[in-house]
Write a protein that binds this ligand. Structure first.
Ligand SMILES: [Zn+2]
Length: 427
């Protein structure tokens, strides 16, 4: 294997790679609107000689699988795209190159310096919603294969390129790929964690709390019950639970040095109908982290106990208990570090060799405080999942951006990793 030739092939294609990334970021693929981005990916895969499989997720098919998360809204537009590149010799180890096409909402547009879906490059950075999380990673997966193709080479084992939906709210896109039968000896997910290997990731639970009040005219507020204000003591109780869950004795071993790995976020709130009416209702949405190995049903139990205990001390809620509804993420934590299998060690060693050659330093590891689709491969398909991607800033924030030099290096590392892990054959 001529490693230098592979690095040069990535360099030679890099302008083309940036054009592709720009066009991909231009597709506003928020939840339910991923189709145009999937069309674009599909065309590119066909052009590269992948056999393309595109399907709409059927909730009934995956609802009983481990790792399934309750669905929010309908799945009419929830379409996955997978490209398969079949090897002639199948002499190497197979690989899944996974990335998510969905991006989170932009938030208020006037907080952005430029329109979020009008990507632009300034110096070493590309700006735009999804540029970092994770369209740059999807792109590096594709151009790593393209670089090999320009050398007249391709992987000597089957490679499956997955562009999935739903990573940002359930993970059901990746789960649907498992249901459809896609399996390989390892998976690589270039989420934007600054060219470090994600050694562990937390799990995430989403839930919604629904409160009732008693509406009256504000003139007689004393005889009513304010559902919005009733939420405040519940927020405080939930944050007390968060502090308990982060206590040193509760931490997973990969997070011992992390004082606050599990974050609870009140992410959304609605309630009331009129400024002069005591609000009769309030609904708020919460995200809570959990450690790898922690059972979700136990965490749900703690959450409910916390909310119902706090409600018992409230004059109105004591008699009109809150309702807790689980919607979206029911994601367990996952620790790649805890996977002691020979396949996991070999995959890590191959990535370390590729990274070290490109960057000139050994691969660093990081336990992250977010989740990724890696859990599906690692926990439910016995497939070591390497999360390793470019450096990005302000993901989920304003003026999201990705470091383009980092994208180039990750593409090079990915191409070398594929060559090492899968082996190569002539096209
Ligand atoms: Zn992501």
């Amino acid at each position: 294997m001529d490693r230098t030739a592979i690095l040069h092939a990535v360099d030679a294609l890099f302008d083309r790679e940036l054009e592709f990334l720009t066009e991909l970021v231009r597709q506003p693929s928020t939840r339910g609107a991923e189709q145009s981005a999937q069309d674009f990916v599909e065309r590119e895969l066909s052009g590269l000689g992948f056999e393309v499989d595109r399907w709409q997720i059927d909730v009934k098919e995956i609802a009983n699988m481990p790792g399934f998360s309750p669905v929010i809204g309908n799945y009419e537009n929830a379409v996955n795209v997978v490209g398969s590149l079949r090897s002639r010799t199948s002499s190497g180890r197979s690989l899944i190159l996974n990335g998510h096409i969905d991006v989170v909402p932009t938030g208020p547009l006037d907080m952005w310096d430029r329109a979020p879906f009008d990507p632009h490059i300034d110096g070493d950075w590309m700006y735009g919603r999804g540029a970092g999380d994770m369209k740059a990673g999807l792109t590096s997966n594709l151009f790593a294969i393209d670089a090999l193709k320009h050398l007249g080479l391709r992987p000597a084992a089957d490679v499956f390129f997955q562009s999935v939906v739903e990573e940002e709210c359930t993970g059901n896109g990746a789960l649907a790929c498992l249901h459809r039968g896609y399996r390989a000896d390892a998976a690589l997910i270039p989420e934007p964690f600054a060219e470090k290997l994600v050694s562990s990731q937390v799990g995430v639970i989403w839930f919604q709390v629904r409160l009732k009040g008693l509406p009256t005219h504000v003139a007689y507020a004393g005889s009513g019950a304010n559902a919005i204000e009733a939420a405040i003591p519940l927020f405080e109780a939930l944050h007390r639970l968060e502090r308990r869950m982060n206590a040193p004795e509760c931490r997973h071993h990969d997070y011992v040095g992390h004082s606050h790995a599990l974050n609870l976020n009140i992410g959304k709130i609605e309630g009331g109908d009129w400024a002069s009416s005591v609000p009769a209702w309030c609904v708020f949405d919460v995200r809570m982290g959990v450690f790898p190995g922690q059972r979700l049903d136990e965490v749900r139990h703690m959450i409910e106990e916390t909310i119902f205990d706090a409600a018992r001390n409230h004059p109105f809620l004591a008699e009109n208990g809150p309702e807790v509804v689980y919607n979206g993420f029911a994601a367990e934590g996952y620790s790649f570090k805890d996977d002691k299998s020979a396949a996991a060690r070999a995959a890590l060693a191959a990535l370390d060799r590729a990274h070290s050659l490109v960057v000139g330093k050994p691969l660093e590891h990081e336990a992250i405080t977010a989740t990724t689709d890696a859990r599906f491969f690692g926990l439910y398909a016995d497939t070591p999942a390497l999360v390793y991607g470019p450096r990005a800033e302000a993901i989920h924030g304003f003026n999201e951006r990705v470091d383009l030099d980092s994208v180039r290096r990750v593409t090079q590392s990915t191409a070398l990793f594929i060559a090492d892990w899968c082996g190569l054959e002539e096209v």
